[in-house]
Ligand binder design. Sequence first.
Ligand code: KIV
Length: 262
Amino acid sequence: MSVTLRTLQQYKTDEQKFSVLTCYDATFAHTLSEAGIDVMLVGDTLGMILQGHDSTLPVTVADMAYHTACVARGNSASLIMADFPFMAGATTERALEAAHELMAAGANMVKIEGAGWLAETITTLKRNGVAVCAHLGLTPQSVNALGGFRVQGRDDDSARSLINDALTLEDAGADIILLECVPRAVTARICEQLSVPVIGIGAGPECDGQVLVLHDMLGLNTGHVPRFVKNFMAPGGDIPSAVAAYDRAVREGRFPEPQHCF
Ligand code: KIV
């Protein structure tokens, strides 16, 4: 049976953890979906992983739609979440156009990076039948404004505004909140207060779901390896086993471990 938003909401109610991995092509989509990965995120990290850029900023809506269509062709049962690239959500008009292209390419929902100011855009997308994940915390598209890839919500003020942003966007209609590089104590406060599922990357085991960049968890990282990454490829030595090991570790609450958290 295919994973839908309702499946993820039920996981949250049942306190059952779920697995998410990035995916950019049909062959990997087939492998991930067959291994039982709940959500495949067509992330704009493809700009760095596939295209070789040093940030996600050059990625276009057309790039995202192309890779979303590739993933959709290889998918059997996972939910497909497609990322809005840089600036695609700058106005509600642009957001509607981007969502139209990504959903037509095969996405089941979209993900948008930002903060509380996304509320109106999210409400408009929802009104038009688009399910939305709001990506908060370290938002890599804002790397220049943030002054680098840094953990967010470390001090009281920024923790409080992160929590308020999450609540505001849930109220605005966000179906999922994704937290990147957030101290686990702050994540725990957000998870307690939200009724929608929370997906984390470098945000601690308190999240309902965990996501990693596929190439990172396969040990294919060519540069700096972030603290929250675990190489699942090393023990089994083959990709389907690594994906299955990740899926099990997330579901059983064995990943992330304390050394992967802030
Ligand atoms: O683009 C992406 O792959 C992401 C994950 C790092 C969460 O946003």
